[in-house]
Design a protein around this ligand. Sequence first.
Ligand SMILES: [Zn+2]
Length: 512
Amino acid sequence: MGKDVGGLGFRDLLIFNKALIAKQCWKLISRPNSLTARVLKGCYYPNTSFLVAKPLPSGSMIWKGLIWGRDIIEAGSRWRIGNGSSVKIYGDRWLPRPVTFKTVSPQILDEHTTVSDLFISPGVWDMTCIRASFHVDDAEAILSLPLSSSDLPDRLIWHFEKSRDYYVRSGYQVGCDWMSQASSSRLGRLNDWWNYLWRLRIPPKIKHFIWKACHHWLPTLVNLARSGVKTDVLCSQCKRKAETTCHALWGCPKAKHNRTGCDFLVGIWWGDESHFQDLMVLCANKLASRDFEIFCVLLWRTWFKRNQKVHGNWCDTSEDVLGWSVCFLNEFQNTNWPDEKHKNVAQATKMNWVNPDVGTFKVNTAAVSNGNHYKTGIGVIVRDHKGLVMGAITQPILSLYSPQVAKAIAILKGIQFAMEKDLLPTVIESDAKGVVELINRGVTPCSDVGVITTDILALLATRPISIVYSSRPTNIVAVKLAKIASLATSSKIWVNSAPLSVENLVRGDYTC
Ligand SMILES: [Zn+2]
């Protein structure tokens, strides 16, 4: 009985077994001091690591089995960079970019060069060297990796779980992808995908738009050229790459800019040359259906804005495309499924900024990415119990981080600022719910954001600083400062004042 009729085929059982054994492999890697790991290392890989150990013909059945399950670990894991000393630039898997996780630029540095050779000092990338030595895609991926100033060891992480720990469920999925690529028989999965798309609660015109994009039917410049139209294929919005469907809707800096605030897309990387449909299948598998619905509307809006630009019409470049898409979807769903109206309305309730207690301070922090200029803007503002401004920062950073990492960096900057100016005790507010939860649970996950939360927890250890979540409307001044920073060329610090352009917003908070 095939999977599409509710059963498990032989192929699925095989992959499932492999995914179960991969769990044992993961334990050997993540707990190298366990008794089993030490015994196996003594027998089979005394001078090397499990990942590169050879399948000896004389090995036990258990050993041969582990080597068999290792394929899945290889397909779904990558290095998280700590001090960078044990990861080779070429050949090792360390970029947050499936399927290979490896650099694609031609090798111009020595083959033994490690990632630490790309640092100017601990925790700081050598941007000039990176831009000179790698293709733009690789350089962007490298600079999106946060670094810690503490001497963290490099660590192998499982890319396909938020916790970065191996789970059989995602191992099984990776195994299926791996086998499908090997046999190129993806029909079952594709049928699932089309059924899923048609069942989504989005307007039919958007379903048809997605369907056309998956079949190369959108008139992007590359598709037009393929169909015989004489045209330049270079993207007219960024002038950097050929305008494939993936470029127009995903890889183009304009498209990235439109995705500002989409925390649910953290960790999804996709190349411009890849098939758009594979990106959609990946997202459909990874995202909650509500997030995937928002994503579909956002892609449709991105194409609409691209057309406005290409046809020379006026286009509002400051539009909050995510906000627009959520409103559009809520309206559609509230009209068609009125019984569930309350769910969406609850999310839209506006809240106000609240003054901190007497004798304490409040630091609001935010980050905004600027895909056009490949920058991240950090905004920080400190106020006292009366709402008076004690200081503010706008800091542009020449890297495009994931939203989660960028907001964690903003929190770190806020803490450092409050400490430098001696504005303690203080409450740090951020609109990054997930990051705030991690910090308050004292968790330093082995994901990229863990690099920053490690530094934050080290600062919090002995100081009267608390970190709390605030919804975006209550954090509006910091968001505005971050927007200013994302367009600025250098950092600015204000003491006992804030930039003129946010004064009205500050007053709005003050009178609330
Ligand atoms: Zn472009």
